[in-house]
Each structure stands twice: as C-alpha cells, then as structure tokens.
Design a binder for this molecule. Sequence first.
Ligand code: AMP
Ligand code: ZN
Length: 114
Amino acid sequence: MSECLFCKIINDSVPAMFIYEDDDIVAFNDINPQAPVHILIVPKKHIPTVMDIEKNSVDLIGKIYLVAQRLSLEHGISEQGFRLVVNCNHDAGQEIFHIHFHLLGGRKMLWPPG
Ligand code: AMP
Ligand code: ZN
C-alpha cells in the first residue's frame, strides 16, 4: 500500500492540488487531461479496483457520485454533460490500482469509447 501513488498523494508525500477534500474523498486534476475538465475523484481508503469494493464501502462509493455532481456544477459541465469513468483492470487500461473515478467534460464524447 505504501507504494501506491494515490495513497501518497492523499498522505501528502506526493504533491497535488486538491480541488475537493472531505473526510473520505479527495479530488484533483488529472496530470494528463483527456478533456477540458478531467478530474480524478478518489476515496481516501485504498480500494484497488471495482472488484475489491465490499459492502461496507457502498456508502463511500455512493458519496463519490455526490462529489461528481458538485464538481460538475462547479466546473460548468452539469448541463452540457460529462462522463464518469472507472477503469477496472488490464483491458480497461487501469494504470493506478487505487480506485478512482474520472470526471470528464467540456467536449463532446464519443461512443463507443476507444
Ligand atoms: P487509470 O488508467 O484509470 O488507472 O487512470 C490513472 C490516471 O491517473 C491517468 O489518467 C493519469 O494521467 C493520472 N495520473 C497519474 N499520475 C498522476 C498524478 N501524479 N497526478 C494526477 N493524475 C495522475
Ligand atoms: Zn492507495
């Protein structure tokens, strides 16, 4: 767990500018943005992937959607629309194994995704 980049960001040993923080969740801009708005919403609890979510984290995962609502309003993308993406494991391209939700907006998205 000590090797996890997002745990280090949450513990302040790797710098990042939080644009949202509460007791359970942080959010910060993606270092390699794929849209005009590209924010990562990250629970402070180290959950590696969607497959590791347990029943006692259901409220926490639900709260992430409320943070996404709030950030989409604050960044002016709630009406035009946005995408909330969680990559899980290899085929989805997950690179950081601390669960995180990509909030993407500010441009038209393609479907199906690449
Ligand atoms: P995923 O492929 O879903 O695991 O997404 C990992 C995301 O983390 C990618 O979009 C990266 O650009 C982003 N990322 C990696 N390192 C950092 C960092 N130090 N600060 C912010 N975002 C990062
Ligand atoms: Zn972690």
